[in-house]
Design a protein around this ligand. Sequence first.
Ligand SMILES: C[S@@+](CC[C@H](N)C(=O)[O-])C[C@H]1O[C@@H](n2cnc3c(N)ncnc32)[C@H](O)[C@@H]1O
Length: 384
Amino acid sequence: MAPNNDAPQTEPVAAQAALIVDDDEEIALLVIREPDLTSIPVDAHELKSSRNSTSTSITSSILKYHYENGRRYHAYRAGSYLMPNDKQASEHLDICHRMMTIAIGNCLHVSPIGKNPERILDIGTGTGAWAIEIADQYPSAEVLGNDLSAIQPMIVPQNVKFEIDDVEADWAFSQPFDLIHSRYMCMSIADWPRLIRQMHQNVKPGGWVELFDCDLKYRSFDGSLKPKHALYKNEELVIQGSEKHGRDPCPGAKLKGWMQDAGFVNVKEEIIPMPLGTWPKDPKMKEIGAWNLLQFMEGVEGWTMATLTRLHGWTAEEVKVQLDQVRADVKNKQIHAYFNMHLVYGQRAESSALPKMYVCLRKAFFGAGMAAVSRASVEDTLSM
Ligand SMILES: C[S@@+](CC[C@H](N)C(=O)[O-])C[C@H]1O[C@@H](n2cnc3c(N)ncnc32)[C@H](O)[C@@H]1O
């Protein structure tokens, strides 16, 4: 339930450090349109499934998209994902792609995978922008991107391939990957711990998994975003709707623990505040804020419409009225809202013996009545 008081939504000091308000700023938003990656008709796709060796055209049922309240939605595993897959949604994803690469220092990944990786997987690839760029960056690698929707372009570098797949189904890849990447999958995944365990099983010993995801809750460090604001109310309703739908809207802060539980080692986390608007003084934060403003305006109807109509019983008209108020809040320079993204990456241990021994020891300890045993304590035991 949304809080019903006007208590300011404030944040701990650490997250505030980068978010100093620039009082003098004038919003001059330069809208740079990325090349349209979605202009090629999707029925031109030819997919080769990694589950078997046959090459098959996308069947018409997968392309029989669902139309609702003026937006288009995926057909494969219909209803499981609440955001649209139409042209506007693809433009939104491409803006997000730029924003998120800038947020991590104008790069595609931070895991130290070496210069010549052989296999890279991008789950829930969306328009495939990340997969295409990583394929260009590493010509040595065979890059695979999968998604519920066939919204990726047809003309791509030779070393990239797209598949229609449900990442929550059992994985059956014939060979492991050097890097498995997942980004912006909040509101998509029902069982994150299982997904991350499948990543662990499908990455090479010594290989890396990199997750970059949100805590969708908008906050402010100075209490300028209040529960009375349409922006706050809307995002709370989206979070509640996604939870009702069984897809975690805020996985970010839990990723590190899930990776450690799955047996990854050298797990690192960076928390990156994403300001909404150009109000921060810091130039990098200001740039991220400009992109965030752009993606919000382009995307807010997409993540709100089905969530509020299907999960909260609102009419499309009610949603549109609220969204007008939300957009007004977003343009209000007195509101200094932001959300957090969590960049988490970790490595599968070089030796596969440790995770197996860990599981055996864990069972033995629990069997002996111990309340809990941490992976670290098992590792300490093993290293003695
Ligand atoms: C918010 S978009 C992010 C796209 C991309 N990862 C990026 O960062 O640009 C989430 C994507 O995940 C896909 N998706 C959602 N659930 C999925 C599932 N169970 N299996 C595969 N893809 C899924 C959606 O179709 C959508 O393209």
